[in-house]
Write a protein that binds this ligand. Structure first.
Ligand SMILES: NC(=O)C1=CN([C@@H]2O[C@H](COP(=O)(O)OP(=O)(O)OC[C@H]3O[C@@H](n4cnc5c(N)ncnc54)[C@H](O)[C@@H]3O)[C@@H](O)[C@H]2O)C=CC1
Ligand SMILES: O=C1[C@@H](O)[C@H](O)[C@@H](O)[C@H](O)[C@H]1O
Length: 336
């Protein structure tokens, strides 16, 4: 049975996921698209999914018999309502990160899914599907560098638009690290602090950029993450783990080492779509396969909630400047 997918939000990543479902992945097709901006829905359908129906009402799309499962790729603040409605309809949902923009909203999703009694939600945290992060985690798990003591990370985007606000450095950007580092270290955060270095002249008036987030885990590992979303030169994600016996780094994406014009160089990617293209393909194929097999295995709503608890603390720390505690309840049996 080919899985019929409905997409809510046909912007940058919505269109990219529609393209990959229609052109790269197997076992699904896009049958329905909704966007608050009808031009975006129209252009997605025209470019990639000529047979899909355009819905004016996202809730009608969720309920439609032409939709077996839903992909939510609208703005973060709208995710909660669409995910809850899809759970209420008893259908699986792939929701782009963040699952919701606050821990309280994520908790409501967790409660609704548990009440339903079966996993329906996969969160679009793609980094655990990335070959580089998987290799880094395998190295840590092998014990070759001993226990991790410190991590130095960076998440840099060349630039962001005028709607990107200071808190989005946490809820939209750092949220990837909050999820992937917890997964990689198999450890929980206990505190967060945010520091502001000198502001870049390339950042718009309203935005504090760059930012440094300091995290501490329950086992005492210290993590610093630089978030710099107007770095100009590229899309650059770095992660270095300092262990008791050695150091392990996230591999760079492969690039041709070039000797030209009296210089040695390697290109740096400019776009998250290219940097994580392999990971997006594998995560969405995993969702499609999981729905068809009746068992979702990807990042669950609980991991979306845990990332949001840490994000809430970081957002509070952005204004207080203080070291802010993070405390997580034990995972319910449903998610263990
Ligand atoms: N996993 C990843 O690496 C990435 C994840 N994302 C996440 O995907 C989501 C979308 O991001 P982008 O595609 O970059 O944004 P975007 O602004 O390019 O696209 C969002 C689309 O959603 C539509 N939309 C907004 N509110 C809506 C509503 N109430 N109903 C229907 N449509 C609505 C907008 O009109 C727009 O077409 C965000 O949550 C973002 O954090 C985005 C980029 C990469
Ligand atoms: O998820 C993403 C965007 O929404 C976010 O705005 C960027 O900062 C991230 O690098 C990208 O992966």
């Amino acid at each position: 049975m080919t899985l019929k997918l409905g997409v809510i939000g046909a912007g940058a990543i919505g269109q990219d996921h529609i393209r990959r479902c229609m052109q790269t992945l197997s076992g699904s097709r896009i049958t329905a698209v909704n966007d608050i901006n009808p031009d975006n829905a129209g252009s997605a359908v025209a470019r990639y999914a000529a047979d899909a129906r355009i819905f004016d009402d996202p809730h009608a799309l969720i309920r439609s018999d032409d939709v077996d499962a839903v992909i939510v790729t609208s703005w973060g603040a709208t995710h909660e309502a669409f995910v809850l409605a899809t759970i209420a309809a008893g259908k699986p949902v792939f929701c782009e990160k963040p699952l919701a923009t606050t821990a309280e909203a994520c908790r409501r999703i967790v409660e609704a899914e548990m009440k339903h009694g079966r996993r329906l939600v996969q969160v679009g945290f793609m980094r655990p599907y990335d070959a580089g992060y998987r290799a880094l985690k395998a190295t840590l798990d092998s014990g070759r560098i001993g226990e991790p003591l410190m991590l130095h990370c960076a998440h840099r985007n060349p630039r962001v638009g005028k709607n990107y606000t200071t808190d989005m450095a946490i809820t939209d950007t750092l949220i990837h690290e909050l999820h992937v580092l917890r997964w990689m270290l198999d450890d929980d955060y206990v505190s967060a602090q945010v520091l502001y270095p000198r502001k870049s002249g390339k950042a718009l008036e309203h935005l504090r950029d760059p930012q440094i987030v300091l995290l501490e885990t329950a086992r005492g590992t210290r993590i610093d993450v630089e978030i710099f979303v107007n770095c100009q030169y590229g899309y650059d994600v770095q992660c270095e783990v300092i262990g008791e016996l050695g150091i392990a780094r996230l591999p760079e994406p492969s690039a041709v080492p070039l000797r030209s014009e009296a210089a040695r160089s390697e290109a740096i990617l400019m776009d998250w779509k290219e940097r994580f293209i392999g990971a997006y393909d594998v995560e969405l194929q995993d969702f499609i396969d999981g729905v068809r097999a009746g068992v979702l295995r990807g990042p669950d709503a609980w991991s979306g909630y845990c990332a949001a608890v840490a994000a809430d603390a970081c957002v509070a720390a952005q204004t207080s400047g203080a070291v802010t505690p993070i405390s997580l309840p034990a995972a319910p049996a449903f998610y263990r």
